[in-house]
Design a protein around this ligand. Sequence first.
Ligand code: THU
Length: 146
Amino acid sequence: MARGLEKLPGELAELVDAALRVLPNSYAPYSNVHVAAAVRDEKGRIHVGVNVENASYGLTVCAERNAVAAMIAAGGRRVVGVAVVSDMREPLPPCGACRQVLAEFSDPDTLVVSYSARTGRLCVWKLGELLPYAFTASHIEDVGHG
Ligand code: THU
């Protein structure tokens, strides 16, 4: 197990390990910020993603959103745990776009752990702390669709 992970509940440590395994696959030649993410679905399965940058910078997709996309493609529909890992000194908090995408599939009390592969530092948040007052399907359920 990577250093610093002993303090984490086993299920979160397993997510961090899964993300660490794919961190070398991150495609980040422009920023050199390498990021990987892992999400656990409602069936207990783990799905991973890495950031994928582009010469047209704005087309970059973060690791978290790629992990969610992999979960959806595999038939998962709920995110029950999230890990983000990077080679930065401090644990990276997910960007705003990724918080919104995670909120589509997670409850506010879902744990998001972030880990620095360089320093072993860890942060753990609830998604509801990272994105309070999230806009979700519940806000548009009374719209008629024809
Ligand atoms: N990035 C992620 O993949 N996830 C995050 O949580 C923060 C940022 C990526 C996007 C870009 O490829 C690089 O990190 C620098 O912003």
